[in-house]
Design a protein around this ligand. Structure first.
Ligand SMILES: [Fe+2]
Length: 130
């Protein structure tokens, strides 16, 4: 049984998916069950991964990765940032590429958001703005 907005990864081919609508079935890729990704919530190590929120005006919010900018090299970079409203009804996703800044700006009037990001080496991380 999956839940809406959960992420699953194939440990063989690297497919990474997000559940849009949940169902009772098991997610399978390359002939085996996909791994449920659980976001890390506390920074460990030298690089900082936890999203940081910065209000840009009444209806705009910047999300940065992390408290010190995460590397954005070909070998090690943030592949996407996603925000999810507290009620889970609205999400925004931005794909990132090496040499870009590890950040996104969204239009929102909500101050309560969850942001998560995916590092190509260190997987999924999340932070909450509340
Ligand atoms: Fe990383």
């Amino acid at each position: 049984m999956t839940k809406r907005l959960e992420m699953y990864k194939c440990d063989i081919c690297g497919n990474l998916i997000e559940v849009i609508l949940e169902g009772p079935g098991e997610l399978v890729c390359c002939g085996q069950p996909m791994s449920h990704l659980h976001a890390k919530k506390n920074d460990i190590g030298l690089e900082k991964h936890i999203p940081v929120f910065e209000k840009m005006g009444e209806h705009s919010l910047k999300i940065r990765v992390g408290s010190q900018p995460h590397p954005m090299t070909d070998e090690h970079y943030i592949m996407f940032i996603e925000t999810i409203s507290k009620d889970g009804r609205e999400s925004h996703l931005k794909y990132l590429y090496p040499s870009e800044l590890p950040e996104m700006i969204i239009d929102t009037s909500s101050d309560k958001l969850l942001a998560r990001e995916y590092c190509n080496l260190h997987d999924l991380w999340e932070g909450i703005n509340d």
